[in-house]
Design a protein around this ligand. Structure first.
Ligand code: ASP
Length: 423
């Protein structure tokens, strides 16, 4: 076998592994590398910085196109839209407040301290000269349109052209008949580029874990454990909120619903994608729980596009966690900004694995937190993503049940049959 064939076999095998396996392996290799190299592992800072910057660059156009697409394609009446919007906003705000509340009480980030990255304290110019790492990072686009208005960032423009040129190759023959087609093609292309960047996430995990273990030891991982626990507690509280609301404001019985929605909830956990789970959620709601088709489609199909409470809760907690870890206190105003940006970020998050990480860059930037530290979360995100996706789906179920109301409506055909039997 030639050297080439051998290496492409390894690459194919690696790509064939599920993402969470790749991330777990990267985690282990990162720990070993950090232990072996010690402080020298600081050289691995670069890949995670670049990957985070790329994820951040995709966030604004993704949110723009995703929200435009949903608004453009859904057909719902004014009254129901208002009711749906009210319920969505209430649930998401409660989720974020629960997240911030738990993070403020448990303070998972204070379990270990980590130095704030230099970039957050001094700019390279102020420090006198630009390091080679900064030079590379500066040429990676921070936003998709940014480099187009900046004569000095031609490398950034070329990188964007290469990415979109390749992504468009499979879309180039698709006919464009109306505005909807344009938006759909833009969305497909952005998701394709996003998947490429997500494929780099294991590299980001390896590099940040190697660097942190090498330079800071295992201390930060104590805080990571506390963070996982805090997120799980907050997600549990959010499910309580859903179940209590369902018990009080709909005819559905919460425990019965949980049992009948089992397939959808397990699928959400195992795929980490609420979009992939959507058809199962809808089928369980209509066929097993027995809510009206209209309520199920509003909650599980329309609402699901906006409704990512688990993601909102997670993004807010992550921001607070990192702030606590690097010793940067966030004022009440900054926490309010976190609430607002987390709402927007969760609405814009696509229902696919790791999408929350992309929009999280917006929340961090809004309150001036260094996005490099999101990389630290990559190591545990494969697990927490599954948990928050399950809550995202439970949130859609909650909306469907609430829209179905306090009295179960019997479908006309069944009602007619019952009437005939009675007479
Ligand atoms: N994976 C989540 C979902 O599909 C989105 C996220 O990353 O938070 O709902």
């Amino acid at each position: 076998m030639t050297q080439n064939a051998k290496s492409s076999g390894i690459v194919a095998r690696w790509n064939g592994l599920p993402l969470y396996w790749r991330i777990l392996l990267a985690l282990v290799i990162g720990v070993v590398t950090g232990v072996v190299l010690g402080k020298r592992a600081v050289i691995f800072e670069l890949p995670s910085k670049i990957i985070l910057q790329l994820l951040g660059a995709l966030a604004p156009p993704l949110i723009l196109i995703a929200v435009t697409h949903v608004l453009m394609t859904t057909e719902i009446s004014g009254r129901t839209t208002r009711r749906l919007a009210g319920l969505l906003l209430l649930n998401t705000t409660v989720a974020i407040l629960i997240g911030l509340g738990v993070a403020n009480v448990l303070r998972p980030g204070s379990w270990s301290k980590i130095d704030a990255p230099k970039a957050a304290v001094t700019s390279p110019e102020k420090a006198g000269g630009i390091s080679p790492v900064d030079l590379v990072v500066q040429n990676v686009p921070k936003s998709i349109l940014g480099p187009l208005g900046d004569k000095s960032n031609i490398i950034g423009v070329i990188l964007i052209a290469i990415a979109f040129g390749i992504a468009l190759r499979t879309e180039k023959d698709k006919p464009i008949r109306n505005v909807r087609d344009v938006v759909e093609i833009a969305y497909a292309v952005l998701l394709k580029v996003l998947h490429w960047i997500i494929a780099l996430v294991p590299l980001g995990v390896f590099s940040i874990v190697a660097k942190v273990v090498g330079t800071e030891g295992f201390g930060p991982f104590k805080a990571m454990g506390a963070f996982i626990l805090a997120v799980l507690i907050a997600l549990l509280l959010q499910s309580m909120w859903y179940l209590i609301r369902i018990r009080l404001f709909s005819w559905v019985r919460p425990l019965d619903m949980l049992q009948k929605m089992r397939d959808a909830l397990i699928m959400a956990f195992s795929t980490a994608s609420s979009t992939a789970t959507m058809p199962v959620t809808y089928a369980c709601l209509t066929e097993k729980v027995g809510v009206r088709e209209e309520s199920a489609s509003m909650g599980a199909l329309v609402g699901a596009n906006f409704n990512n409470d688990g993601t909102a809760l997670y993004e807010a907690m992550a921001a607070l966690f990192i702030a606590q870890m690097i010793g940067q206190d966030l004022s009440i105003t900054q926490q309010l900004i976190i609430v607002l940006t987390s709402i927007i970020a969760s609405v814009g998050a696509a229902g696919i694995p790791e999408a929350g990480l992309v929009t999280m860059t917006l929340v961090f930037t809004a309150v001036g937190l260094p996005i490099e530290y999101i990389a630290l979360l990559l190591a545990v995100d494969w697990f927490l993503d599954r948990c928050r996706t399950t809550i995202n789906v439970l949130g859609d179920v909650n909306i469907s049940c609430l829209l179905d109301g306090r009295i179960k409506q019997i479908p006309p055909a069944v009602a007619m049959e019952a009437y005939n039997v009675g007479n």
